[in-house]
Write a protein that binds this ligand. Structure first.
Ligand code: AMP
Length: 218
């Protein structure tokens, strides 16, 4: 059986650069036959599960950050990276299962990777909860505007607008319409980066349809 070092495993599984694999996990992965075989989606999923992805115990839940249309968002910490994450908890109804907003958000965001779109790191599915694990961003634009008494510096407005349009352009090139742009859904990092978030009302324009619901915002 081939033995892989941590860097080779990181590359092979396309893991984020800030994730440091503990020696015990590297050893365990090297003993699983799937790592040795051609990398199929099933193999990759099995190896990610060995590392701790898809498991609630990988994340420590901290304080509440906000309430969305269909979920509650908490600050958390990843045991894998020791960094903050945002845990978006969606309660699953016994009969109805996952709400369509959650299914939309997951299916669209899984395929979007851009500096101006919030990154979805992990998905955890239990009987009662669906938890989406996102990169943690310091605040949203509404909170930012509140701190500057609604009079924002013109240069910052330009920078935010530019990033908003760049993120949207990326989504539109991939035929994804956000449809719910508002300050609460635009996250701002401490460095002033803007990231589009909450794709619960978004949809793929590539799905052929004659009608689009008008119950959307933007
Ligand atoms: P949402 O359900 O996505 O609209 O999120 C509700 C609120 O939670 C937002 O208005 C933010 O204040 C907060 N929030 C959402 N995602 C994140 C994140 N990735 N990092 C930090 N806060 C977030």
């Amino acid at each position: 059986m081939t033995s892989f070092n941590p860097e080779e495993i990181q590359k092979r599984l396309s893991l984020p650069a800030d994730l440091r694999l503990p020696v015990s996990v590297v050893d365990k992965l090297n003993r699983t036959p799937t790592l040795d075989q051609p990398l199929t989606r099933k193999n990759r999923r099995a190896s990610l599960s060995e590392i701790g992805f898809g498991k609630l115990e990988t994340y420590e839940k901290l304080d509440k950050l906000g309430e969305g249309t269909y979920a509650t968002v908490f600050r958390g910490r990843s045991i894998l990276t020791n960094k903050f994450v945002a845990l978006k908890e969606i309660r699953l109804e016994q009969k109805e299962g996952a709400p369509c907003t959650a299914i939309r958000e997951v299916s669209l965001l899984r395929n979007l990777r851009h500096a101006n779109v919030v990154t979805l790191h992990d998905i955890i599915h239990t009987d009662r909860l669906l938890t989406l694990v996102f990169e943690y961003v310091d605040r949203d634009l509404k909170q930012y505007m509140d701190t500057c008494n609604n009079s924002m510096n013109m240069n910052n407005i330009r920078l935010f607008l530019f990033q908003l349009l760049r993120g949207l352009s990326y989504c539109h090139q991939r035929r994804v319409l956000h449809r719910d742009l508002k300050p609460q859904n635009l996250l701002i990092t401490a460095k002033g980066e803007l990231k589009l978030a909450d794709f619960g009302l978004a949809r793929a324009k590539s799905v052929p349809t004659k009608t689009y619901s008008n119950e959307v915002v933007t």
